[in-house]
Every structure is written in C-alpha cells, then in structure tokens.
Design a protein around this ligand. Structure first.
Ligand code: GLN
Length: 184
C-alpha cells in the first residue's frame, strides 16, 4: 500500500510517521510530477487551508487531485484537509477541491477556539483521543455520513472513499484512524 501525503505545508510528517507504524509506504506530494507516480491513498494534512489552496492552484495540482478523487482515489483530509475537501464553506464562497458532500465552518470549534483535547466515539472504531487545533466543524452533510460528534458538532464524516476529520489523528498516540483509512 502506497500513500501520497500532500506536503506543501502543515502537519504532513506526523501522518507519514503514523502510516509507517501501520506498515504503509509513503511519499510526499510537493509538485505536479509527484502525482504521476502510482499510489493507492491520498492524505491532505492539517495546516492552513487558504495557503494550501493557493499553493495547490499555483502548482497546478488542484484539478488533477480533484479528478483523481472523483475517479475513486481514497482520501483522508484532516482539519485544513477537511476544508479542502468540502463542497461548501459556511459563510464563504471559496471552494477548493470540493469533492465531498459536507459544508465546513472554519475556525469554529467551541469556546476553546485555539486548541483542545478530548476523547469521543468514532463510528466503527469506538472511543479515540482527538486533538483539535483552530478546527473547523462540519456544519451539515449532503451525501456524507457523520462518524463522530463532539460538543454537538460533526467532527468526522465519510462520503464513499472520502474521509474528513476536524481533529488531528496524527498527533495522538493512536493509529486506529490511520488503520481505518488504510482499510477503507
Ligand atoms: N484553521 C485552519 C484553516 O482554516 C485549520 C487548522 C488546522 O488545520 N489545524 O485552514
């Protein structure tokens, strides 16, 4: 199993470490030619979605990645990655990749806006640790199914082969989400 990790900005190294723990091979996607290799999974990490979106466009990675996901490439977007996947942003006309049936609200999680840690149930896995950093939440779903609820908001959802998480599974001492994604 070979996983391409978008490595333009943000928390990509932490995902690579988790994937290595799960026995998957990883490589970094930094430019157009990197996605011409063959691979089985794609990860869009946390970071800053506005910056990542801009870089994806400038590097001409946005459309090929969008087409790849539409054609069935399994993808996991965490935090800013969730924002990149969302078909709509709440109160904002921006759409980045836009393949997933969720509406995301940026910088929106709870009173503890900067960062917080909790544990909550994830459908199909059970209780897992969750770290939120200036996190979006999923304001509503269209075609996606909610998988986790935290503070009465949707913190994770799946839409076919697309998985979006408001939290950072790469930062906790738990590989269950990465295993789930690799088995998807
Ligand atoms: N606040 C960031 C954004 O809007 C997401 C934060 C994160 O990825 N940890 O893109």
């Amino acid at each position: 199993m070979r996983v391409g990790v978008l490595a333009l900005q943000g928390a990509f190294i932490e995902h690579e470490k988790k994937l290595a723990e799960c026995g998957a091979e990883t490589f970094e996607i930094r430019q157009r030619r990197d996605i011409e290799r063959s691979f089985d999974r794609l990860i869009l990490p946390g970071g800053e979605s506005t910056v990542m979106g801009k870089l994806l466009r400038e590097l001409e990675l946005m459309s090929p990645i969008r087409e790849m996901i539409k054609a069935g490439m399994p993808v996991m977007g965490t935090c800013a990655g969730l924002i990149l996947l969302a078909e709509r942003l709440y109160g904002d006309d921006t759409v980045h990749i836009g393949t997933m049936g969720i509406t995301a609200k940026r910088n929106a999680y709870g009173r503890q806006l900067v960062s917080f840690h909790t544990a909550a149930d994830f459908k199909g896995i059970g209780e897992i640790p969750m770290t939120f950093i200036r996190a979006p939440y999923i304001e509503s779903v269209s075609t996606a199914e909610p998988l986790a609820i935290v503070e009465n908001k949707i913190a994770a959802a799946r839409d076919g082969r697309q998985l979006a998480l408001a939290f950072h599974p790469e930062l906790d001492d738990c590989v269950k989400i990465h295993e789930y994604f690799l088995n998807m």
